[in-house]
Design a protein around this ligand. Sequence first.
Ligand code: MN
Length: 291
Amino acid sequence: MTTKTVELVMAPPAPHYVGDGFRVHNFIPGAYRLDMQRMSPFIMLDYNSKFYFPPADKPRGVDVHPHRGFETVTIAYKGRVAHHDSAGNSGIIGEGEVQWMTAASGILHKEYHEEAFSAAGGDFQMAQLWVNLPARHKMSPPKYQSITRDQIRRYPLPDDGGHIEIIAGNYEGITGAASTFTPVHLLNAHLKAEATAPFSFPEHYNTALLVVEGSIRINGREKVPTDNFALFDNDGEHFSITALENSVVLVLSGEPIAEPIAAHGPFVMNTRAELAQAFEDFHRGKFGRLS
Ligand code: MN
């Protein structure tokens, strides 16, 4: 059994605002060595650590903007987000729920605090991941997977140690509800204090975790506190996490997409020419309409 070792543990970088509703720490590409290729297929991770938003008359958020060439995955831990897109999809992402939006050939969307949440104010905590698409799927039609709490399958840990929620990929033979274009495992580990959970992913998959609540130790060694991110070396298959208190940990692992990345703002393509085309198509209104 070969152990996947920790390459680095990253404290949350200084936050910045996306629109006026998302106060995020950017872990990917962010600082250190986490450029888009290093963490492929995960090309972006913004994390809104738990933050109190006071009541507001007008919901905070991000107004209409485009995406092309990848998927956005929003995982809600606290608070509620309302989403609308130019493909006609809309929905509310509530606590414990996930929205998996495939922008692919192009979409316009807007993301706001849900109206009742916004009016009442409250703690808000979310992660947004961008998952890259391989060239053969970058211009596929957009789609939308709303993964509600009752669709998220759970693996109960032995000895009442908590449970693993499988969003995508699998854990101990249980497969998550989200369909993906390339192999991706996305899990929320809910561990009670002192519980340990084992994980196993291929050596070459890019693998990381984010401690959303509590604190953990990896492989009985590295301590990872709340809101910290740990990146694994590409050097083994197995690791374990042990909760030092009741903890929630987002675990991500995926097969790298071995293709060039040309990225600018909301577009992630393979070549500069495709990026230029994305801007041109956007300015010509080919991403549809959304007010
Ligand atoms: Mn967006």
